[in-house]
Design a protein around this ligand. Structure first.
Ligand code: FE2
Ligand code: FE2
Length: 288
């Protein structure tokens, strides 16, 4: 081998060695980079795992919260409903008590207002009024004589017949009741004010206080009128014996289109048994 060849070979070897070293260095760099990146990837995967777990937990918590919220809303709704019922019951009780106070002043019994309430309800149902109105009339018809709380004792408790003047003073109870109740904007009070005002009006226009006739008298007034008279006639009082059924039925027939709305008289006789059933279930007990 000549010197030149040796040199060439040496040079070639050095080139190859250099390249190998360079290649090694490159490979190591790539491996380092790869390891670094793979570690970062691992970290990212781990992080996303944790995030996923956190998401699942959050989702669960949200679900639980939603259920809790639903329960809470349901509970609150129930509470509101209970409260509403309580308010309505209280209203009914107050109204009923006011009615009973009115009746106690007029020498009637507590059961009189109960019966009038039931009769009025039955009339309203058969007349074709809505369920809501039937209930309303049942609640407020016991208030028909509430104005009597403002009538002087001397007149209210007078035994025997009234003078014309006393009778006029007594008749004032209708207007007085109306005046007491008309300012309220509660439906039940408004309805009760009509009942108080118009329960002594007659279909033929000969009643009081205004002498209005026919359907100018509110149906609440027309119904309470017949319910009140039917009950008052048949009930025993300290000062009078109750009428016999025949006598009562005859009067109601005679007053068809006079004192009473003819349609209501027809309803009364068509459903007489139901009315008598109500009378039987709320009998007066004088031994109380
Ligand atoms: Fe009355
Ligand atoms: Fe009455």
């Amino acid at each position: 081998m000549s010197l030149t060849e040796d040199k060439l070979l040496e040079q070639l070897e050095s080139f190859v060695n250099n390249d190998i070293a360079h290649f090694k260095e490159l490979t190591q760099k790539v491996i380092r980079n790869y390891t670094k990146k793979s570690k970062r990837l691992d970290k990212i995967v781990k992080q996303s795992d944790t995030q996923q777990k956190q998401l699942i937990t959050l989702h669960k918590e949200l679900d639980e919260y939603k259920n809790h919220l639903e329960d809470k809303v349901e509970d609150s709704l129930k509470e509101i409903k209970d409260l509403n019922r309580e308010i309505e019951d209280t209203q009914r009780e107050v109204i009923f008590t006011m009615g009973a106070i009115g009746e106690s002043r007029s020498k009637e019994t507590g059961n009189h207002v109960k019966r009038v309430a039931e009769y009025s309800h039955l009339f309203a149902v058969k007349y074709g009024m809505s369920e809501e109105e039937c209930e309303l009339l049942k609640q407020c018809s016991p208030m028909h004589d509430i104005g009597k709380v403002a009538i002087p004792d001397a007149i209210l408790n007078k035994p025997g017949r009234f003078t014309d003047e006393e009778f006029k003073a007594m008749q004032k109870h209708a207007e007085l009741g109306y005046e007491m109740l008309k300012h309220s904007n509660r439906t039940i009070m408004w309805a009760a004010s009509i009942v108080a005002y118009e329960h002594h009006e007659k279909y033929n226009g000969k009643g009081y206080p205004r002498g209005i006739a026919g359907e100018d008298i509110h149906i609440y007034g027309r119904i309470t009128a017949i319910a009140d008279v039917f009950d008052a006639l048949g009930s025993d009082r300290v000062y009078k014996k109750g009428w016999s059924d025949d006598k009562i039925f005859n009067l109601i027939k005679e007053e068809r289109g006079e004192h009473f709305d003819p349609k209501l008289v027809d309803i009364f006789f068509e459903h007489l048994n139901d009315f008598l059933k109500i009378r039987d279930s709320y009998k007066d007990n004088f031994e109380e």
